[in-house]
Design a protein around this ligand. Structure first.
Ligand code: EPU
Length: 304
């Protein structure tokens, strides 16, 4: 069969034509034409080396919880699928990047280890959390991060302790380089198991009361402008309940644009554009997306 990619790349486990509806929490999008799912760091390194050698562009997908897909993606997509196992040494827990962030906070609580409670209610993978230094309620990942591992774009594996400047408020150096986080170790404190579990439950519940978490969503769609709340601005512009096809401005929280079932990429794009235009008209404010957006992506000409 004719295929566009080098043999080295095709040695990495992969699937063809996977609908993004299955790969993102929002469930909007087109098709992921080439989904590469390495099961360990070695296979992930093979993927990166092959792309680097050929100069191929690629994208990295985590749990797809902060992502809006607006079309098909024809370039290789990398999604780590490492065994979902935690390793514990005393107060240290190591987790693969593909492990669930919320699940890690629940497992740490079960072990009677404190420090990951903030993560309860922040969806996504450990890799995604590392990439954006996820946080809430005055705590963030960097507070507990002991060491982390990543692959460089050339496929070299590096393990290191965080150094000043690498992690800031909802930002890490991963935003600037194409490196792929593969694992992290957090240093927690021993505590009372029931107290930690209760805090995890409280944090989980806080989100659920104001946000439409029972609908397919990608979290908050727009960033809060300085000194304002995007949700409130959208609400005050009278946009709650506005629909384009199955894409809806949630009646519960204005900054949640949800998929009621079969919203298409164009429905969703149109709803986002309408919300931005209306908020600009009513409040004079330009809303910027908070989610990552992937539009149609084809391999660059000449790379095939
Ligand atoms: N509000 C309204 N109408 C609405 C929504 C909100 O009047 O439709 C008002 C609320 O009553 C409140 C204010 O706006 O007075 C702020 O709303 P909220 O407390 O829900 O917080 P937010 O600023 O909308 C932020 C984060 C959320 C995070 C919550 C809770 C951003 C853009 N949003 O939301 O993050 O879950 O605080 O910590 O930073 C996300 O990152 O995906 C996300 C949802």
């Amino acid at each position: 069969m004719h295929h566009p990619w080098p043999d080295e790349l095709l040695r990495v486990p992969h699937r063809r034509d996977v609908p993004f509806a299955k790969l993102t929490t929002l469930g909007v999008g087109g098709t992921c034409q080439w989904l590469f799912e390495p099961t360990d760091e070695k296979e992930a390194a093979t993927f990166l080396r092959a792309c680097h050698k050929e100069g191929l562009p690629y994208r990295v997908l985590g749990m797809g919880s902060n992502l809006v897909i607006l079309g098909d993606v024809a370039i290789p997509v990398l999604r780590l699928r490492f065994p979902a196992e935690l390793k514990r040494h005393g107060n240290l827990i190591s987790a693969p990047a593909s492990f669930g962030h919320i699940r890690l906070s629940q497992q740490a609580a079960e072990m009677g280890l404190s420090g990951m409670e903030y993560a309860a209610g922040i969806p996504g993978s450990v890799g995604g959390a590392l990439r954006m230094n996820a946080g809430a309620y005055g705590a963030e990942l960097i507070d507990v991060l002991d060491t982390f591992r990543f692959l460089t774009p050339e496929g070299e594996l590096i393990e290191k302790k965080p150094t000043p400047g690498e992690f800031k408020y909802r930002w890490s150096f991963f935003a600037e380089v194409q490196a792929v986080a593969t694992a992290m170790t957090v240093k927690l404190a021993e505590g009372d198991r029931d107290t930690i579990k209760a805090q995890v439950a409280v944090n989980m519940e806080k989100r659920g009361t104001s946000q439409p978490l029972s609908k397919r969503n990608a979290g908050c769609i727009f960033k809060n402008p300085t000194g304002a709340s995007a949700g409130r601005l959208i609400d005050q512009a009278g946009l709650k309940g506005l629909r384009v096809g199955d894409a809806e401005v949630s009646p519960e929280h204005g900054n949640f644009l949800v998929n009621l079932g079969k919203a298409s990429a164009s429905d969703f794009a149109e709803l986002m554009d309408t919300v931005r235009a209306k908020v600009k008209e009513v409040h004079g404010v330009d809303l910027e997306p908070e989610v990552e957006i992937w539009r149609n992506a084809s391999p660059v000409a000449g790379s095939l």
